[in-house]
Design a protein around this ligand. Structure first.
Ligand SMILES: [Zn+2]
Length: 109
């Protein structure tokens, strides 16, 4: 099975060159409205990950979250749909409505 990561859309400010998410609205750094969407690979490097052993009712149990860094230093907090990754692992990142879904396997050492 091939599971090619989809592209992610980030925002870039024409005034100060900041890169950010979400892509709608003004630049979070300088408030300029001259922003443009652009695509980057849907891959992120895990900075931190955790697993909630007792999540709220109706949430998946266990509930796994990770903070990842994608292209241009943009950081995303997402829900992990695979075993809990470790810091430094590379995971696929895709947008699913209002949340980001992360999936990956541990990097071979
Ligand atoms: Zn800006």
């Amino acid at each position: 099975m091939t599971d090619e990561p989809a592209a992610l859309t980030l925002g870039r400010c024409d005034a100060c060159n900041a890169r950010f998410l979400p892509t709608d609205g003004p630049c979070p750094r300088c408030a300029s409205v001259r922003t443009q969407p652009y695509s980057v690979p849907g891959l992120g490097t895990v900075l931190a990950a955790t697993e909630l052993a007792n999540p709220p009712p109706r949430w998946p149990n266990p509930h796994r979250l990770a903070l990842v860094e994608v292209a241009d230093g943009v950081r995303i907090l997402g829900i992990v749909d695979s075993p809990l990754p470790a810091a430094g692992d590379v995971v696929s990142v895709r947008r699913d409505g209002e949340v980001y879904r992360l999936r990956g396997e541990p990097t071979p050492s």
